[in-house]
Design a protein around this ligand. Sequence first.
Ligand code: SF4
Ligand code: SF4
Length: 175
Amino acid sequence: MKTFLEEVNEQINGVPIQRCYHCRKCTAGCPMAVAMEHNPNRIIKMIQMGRREEVLASATIWLCVSCETCITRCPNEVDIARMMDVLRQMAIEKGIGAKEKNVLRFHEAFLANIRMGGRINEPALMVHYKLKSGDLFSDMVMGIDMFRKGKLSLISPRTKDMQSVRRIFEKTGPV
Ligand code: SF4
Ligand code: SF4
């Protein structure tokens, strides 16, 4: 049976996370570290220690915004953003989900939006998320303001190569 570390590395399919020597450059640059219960390099350590349940139930993996600052700063090219993606997917597959339910709903709405057009259509994303979460009216004033200032467009072009998008979703399984 594979260890948690082996499973995570297999899914990352890149630089093995044990290359990390805990210099903490990733954590020092992470814009979300201040809100995380375990900082990014600590998550790596926990994976190495086999603390699967704790890692997958942690809010940290859902607070990562995939900005990739960590991999840009890492001297060993450890792809923490990808690792967080893998951990989120594992949490979904195990039925653990996210501590904050609306984070998971946003995640699902985001992926459904990508699946439809290959790229984000912000108004459609917001409608989908609002319907899923039941949180219909918060941010409405801000949304109207953004629309008036041209920051939100009703139409966003679809990706031309939708076949590739479909293949990615088929290969990566359910969201
Ligand atoms: S920057 Fe890279 S090597 Fe340093 S702690 Fe983060 S993941 Fe590990
Ligand atoms: S990708 Fe995630 S873990 Fe890395 S710096 Fe951005 S928010 Fe932090």
